[in-house]
Write a protein that binds this ligand. Structure first.
Ligand code: UT7
Length: 328
């Protein structure tokens, strides 16, 4: 009798790149009417990294990709797919993914951007996973990269204190698994969108409307109100699809927007607080980069190990929201 196998998208390596410049809450208090106490109490953020001269979304993404390739023991020419999640591309076009592809010296396969704001990494991972499962591609770089500092209104204290810059990447490789949830790799992904919520979190410019880049605008309290419910819905979907529950998780790696949202989501789902990976204090909200940055921190410090069950989730502008359950 022949045994059936199933292709899985296995995480082969992860890498990150943060701009050198750090901006603390105290630094921000010199720019707008705010305080370290307000920012930390309401969000859990202490500092964030800000891109300097010559640093762009593609330069940060390229360095993160190089580090992920090195962690995976692979060369750039092993990659045949790049899916890059960003809302702050270098240019309106061509895509930032193609800039990264060129910088890495890759001339085969496909590279494209994907835009789902803070949920971008989950959407990009789910997309790359489906390409690998189809058999059309073998090894993907999935990148979350942002320079939100360039679309912030630095006079608006309700938004400029929340965001930071950075990039991180994972290498996904198609490997054969036994077809059970004990396999390494992406086990399930769940994506949702609801465009009726545009005005709660948006950028007030764009090529087809104002012909400007625009600035980020957010009704923070409304976003907060929706976040916990949306996040818990897609995590429940992942549990239902796999038969796993909160006690089975080794690590919960949420989008890092606000520590209060993270804790409330974990509590609602009965995920133990010690299983949460938090980087929001160091990075702020780096939108599509926040989850892979957190994955890179927790794998570099030895918390996330091969075989661990890792739940990622995000919610952001659109609204978009999604989850993925990964056997590391
Ligand atoms: O990643 C995409 C998803 N985005 C999010 O998840 C963000 C979701 N929202 C949030 O994280 C929170 O709503 C915020 C952190 C943005 C705000 O926290 P909040 O507890 O909802 O505060 P608030 O907006 O209700 O504002 C409370 C007060 C207001 O003053 P009044 O009206 O009560 O007098 C604000 O004007 O805090 C004031 N405020 C500030 N004070 C000092 C707003 N921003 C600041 C600031 N410093 N930076």
């Amino acid at each position: 009798m022949t045994q059936s196998t199933k292709t899985r998208s296995v995480v082969a390596g992860v890498g990150a790149c943060l701009p050198e410049k750090r901006l603390t809450n105290a630094d921000l208090a010199r720019i707008v009417d705010t305080s370290d106490e307000w920012i930390f109490q309401r969000t859990g953020i202490r500092e964030r990294h800000i891109a300097g001269e010559g640093e762009t979304t593609s330069t940060l993404a390229t360095e993160a990709a190089r580090r992920a390739l090195s962690a995976a023991g692979l060369a750039a020419e092993d990659i045949d797919l790049i899916v890059l999640a960003t809302s702050t591309p270098d240019y309106t076009f061509p895509s930032t993914a193609t800039q990264v592809q060129a910088a890495l010296g890759i001339t085969r396969g496909a590279a494209f951007d994907l835009q789902a704001v803070c949920s971008g990494f989950v959407f990009a991972l789910a997309t790359a996973d489906k390409f690998l499962l189809s058999g059309s591609h073998k090894r993907a770089l999935v990148i979350g990269a942002e320079t939100f500092s360039r679309i912030l209104d630095w006079k608006d204290r309700t938004t400029c204190v929340l965001f930071g810059d950075g990039a991180a990447a994972v290498v996904l490789e198609a490997r054969e698994g036994a077809g059970s949830t004990a396999d390494r790799g992406v086990l399930t992904t769940h994506l949702r969108s609801d465009g009726r919520h545009r005005e709660k979190l948006y950028v007030d410019g764009g090529p087809s409307t104002t012909q400007t880049v625009g600035h980020l605008r957010m009704m923070g309290r409304d976003v907060f109100r929706h976040a916990v419910g949306m996040v818990t819905d897609v995590i429940t979907d992942a549990f239902n699809a796999t038969g796993f529950g909160p006690d089975d998780l080794d690590w919960f790696v949420p989008h890092q927007a606000n520590e209060r949202i993270i804790d409330a989501s974990a509590d609602k789902l009965h995920i133990a607080r010690e299983k949460i990976v938090k980087t929001v204090s160091m990075h702020g909200n780096t939108s599509a980069a926040s989850i892979p940055l957190a994955l890179s921190v927790a794998s570099a410090d030895g918390r996330i190990k091969p075989g661990d069950l890792v739940m990622i989730e995000a919610m952001g502008g659109g609204f978009t929201w999604g989850s993925a359950l990964i056997r590391w």
